[in-house]
Design a protein around this ligand. Sequence first.
Ligand code: SF4
Ligand code: MG
Length: 321
Amino acid sequence: MEYLLEVKDLEVRFALRFGDLTAIDGVSFTLDRGERLGLVGESGAGKSVTGFAIINLISKPGHISGGEILFEGRALNRLSDEEMRHIRGNRISMIFQDPMMTLNPVLTIGTQMVETLHAHRNISKEEAEAIALEKLKKVYIPSPEKRLKQYPHEFSGGMRQRIVIAIALLTDPALIIADEPTTALDVTIQAEIMDLLLELCESEEMGLILITHDLGVVSQVTQKIAVMYAGKIVEAGPTEAIVHNARHPYTQGLIRALPGSLRQGARLNQIPGVMPSLTDMPSGCAFHPRCEVRVDLCDKEIPPLTDIEDHQRRVACHLVK
Ligand code: SF4
Ligand code: MG
């Protein structure tokens, strides 16, 4: 069966005055229809760039310099701008951390929803309003008829993110890419929004790429995980297997940093050091300056992403075979 999405050997470069920098280096993963993938890593790992590359929204001086993105059988990176616009916001919707990146402060929610629908469907205003109302009900906005006539500032942060999700649902997309969708919200609201996303993905059979630095959130919602570090996938496989038995030292560090794994009296164990910048990539394994178990080979050779556990998992570490 054909995948919903297949990203093959994706490479993104930024053309700068002093030369090209590789931001995404050989990233590959697949997503079945209705499947949910978490793209995990600290900030600067290349998660958002990967998300933007899928919908062809890498801004200059960045560009896709290699690889292929197949969505519903079509090579997205070879479509015209016009064809890509049709897919974006129609078959693929995007949800960002800040709801105001999607919402226009000077238009009512109803107007924005009707305009979004009209950009993709040839339907009457009444039909568009009916769909908008149905989607607001799906995301549990109370008194949706009244709310359609209100402006974004009349909603709380959590409610605004619900409206963004309702807008993302308008065209019944096959895939949602959500980039840190709850990072700006209170913890209790975060959990509600994540539950809602999970419920909708299941009921509407939508695929999800959840981009986040938070492995805890990913483990609630996704079936598989790809952990990114310095523009590469360093570990990928089923969520359960990775959360309970991480093999890559970086993934192990992310798990130790989870508040949930705090034993009484133990301190939150952050990974020392920071993600390297693109202009200053370490030799060999990019994680070696921060790795507690590195060996002589680590600063000399880049560890290849290797299939292990009967092709259930991929890991890029010299110590994992
Ligand atoms: Fe650590 Fe070496 Fe494995 Fe990189 S390859 S994660 S430095 S042990
Ligand atoms: Mg990001």
